[in-house]
Design a protein around this ligand. Structure first.
Ligand SMILES: Nc1ncnc2c1ncn2[C@@H]1O[C@H](COP(=O)(O)OP(=O)(O)OP(=O)(O)O)[C@@H](O)[C@H]1O
Length: 398
């Protein structure tokens, strides 16, 4: 069992509590800190955690993050990298498969208020998960019912210090504003306990909605060459919530996006597609006919994606070369217009032209070698890898 320790009060307390529990239960407890290299003090903080672990007789590792690209949101890139680094580290530690995170009841309540301010529905208001599996690791948040201050008390009693993140006082951050708002709402009886109860109820509601959506998906959707194809009549007959959930899930499942498309964008696209036509959303091309709605990868979104044969293309396609060959030096790209013109029998596939344009194909330089979905297989096969999981099963967040 490995505790993810940032050096803040929550995870430092978790470290001590887990160590005590591990000693009693005979379970080896280790700790890990990610140094994101974003603040000059980060290295010192990691050393501080290492020193505390040393005193406790707990093995500690510091993992270094090197940012590869400069684009996007820095905080979410750092967070995703933290989960990646920790998961990869767990893989190197014999016997370890569980990571503990120090999120508290205060985090749940603050997140609830922040999401409320953004107009979130059931999913966004639901309490964060306490136990889930991702990247081959089981992640646990055992402190979701514990108050931050109670954890500080544990540390004070033991005479242990912790790092106070300076951003915790910075009013520009929504989390700090939410903390202030919670204090102001206390006279109304709207405190951390009440909000965590409501958030827990939303999590139960979300689970039920996911369950019914998965059941509906098995009836109204099928996967065809990586596209999700809905029976339009059956989709329209579903309650709005289930229909939107299925459509949003299809878009995320096909594109690999981690964020759900915005509700108003989803509504606008559906209104625009009534009666037929095409629209793009979230890296997907949605095409409607009277009897079906197809969610496919948008050709433009994958036009410049390249992967060496043998690695996943577009985060989900696995291309296998013919028996006895390695396919070395070959690359996988989207078939595209030029590639498709070299596939005379593509119509026999029964797939729309646009889906084939975005389908994986094997190239040697600019020469098309194989387009398994467009009728030029040459012994190559294209299969969906395990990355996204089964379309229906992936609807369930647990
Ligand atoms: N640099 C780090 N190294 C190791 N663990 C960390 C680090 N930062 C955060 N954690 C772990 O994540 C928990 C939550 O930290 P924090 O609230 O700062 O993260 P977040 O990014 O807001 O949350 P989330 O993990 O939900 O994205 C901490 O209690 C700790 O267990």
């Amino acid at each position: 069992m490995i505790v993810a320790v940032s050096g803040g009060g929550d995870s430092m307390a978790l470290l001590h509590l887990a160590r005590d529990w591990g000693q009693g239960a005979g379970v080896a407890v280790e700790a890990v800190t990610v140094d994101h290299g974003l603040r000059p003090e980060a290295a010192d903080e990691a050393r501080m955690v290492a020193g505390v672990c040393d005193g406790l007789g707990v093995r500690h590792d510091t993992l270094q993050w090197r940012r590869e690209s400069g684009g996007g949101n820095l905080q979410s890139a750092a967070r995703a990298a933290r989960y990646d680094l920790i998961a990869a580290h767990v893989g190197t530690r014999p016997g370890a498969c569980i990571v503990l995170l120090g999120h508290t009841a205060d985090d749940v309540a603050e997140t609830f208020l922040m999401r409320l301010a953004r107009g979130s529905g059931v999913d966004g208001l639901a309490r964060m998960r306490g136990d889930w599996t991702d990247r081959g690791v089981r992640w646990l948040r055992p402190l979701l019912d514990v108050r931050r201050e109670a954890l500080r008390d544990v540390l004070r009693e033991r005479g242990v210090g912790w790092v106070e993140d300076p951003s915790n006082e910075d009013e520009r951050f929504d989390r700090v504003k939410a903390r202030g708002a919670l204090e102001a709402l206390a006279p109304l009886g709207l405190g951390v306990e009440r909000l965590t109860t409501t958030a827990a109820q939303q999590a139960v509601a979300r689970e039920a909605l996911e369950h019914w959506a998965a059941e509906a998906a098995a009836r109204v959707a099928r996967v065809e060459a990586g596209d999700v194809v809905f029976d339009q009549g059956a989709l329209d007959a579903l309650p709005d919530e289930t229909r939107d959930r299925l459509l949003a899930h299809a878009i995320m499942w096909v594109s690999g996006a981690t964020y759900r498309p915005r509700h108003d964008a989803l509504t606008a696209v559906q209104a625009g597609l009534r009666g037929g036509g095409r629209a793009t959303l979230g890296g997907c091309l949605l095409s409607a006919r009277s009897d079906q709605l197809r969610v496919a990868r948008e050709p433009g979104a994958v036009a410049t994606l390249t992967a060496p044969l043998g690695t996943a293309w577009d985060g989900r396609w696995q291309i296998r070369p013919p028996e006895g060959t390695t396919g070395e030096g070959l690359t996988v790209r989207a078939l595209g217009e030029a590639g498709l013109s070299a596939c005379p029998d593509w119509r026999d596939s029964g797939l729309p032209r646009t889906s084939l344009l975005a389908s994986p194909a094997v190239f040697s330089g600019d020469t098309l070698i194989a387009a398994p979905l467009a009728g030029v297989s040459e012994g190559y096969s294209a299969e969906l890898g395990p990355q996204r999981g089964d379309f229906v099963a992936a609807l369930l967040s647990r």
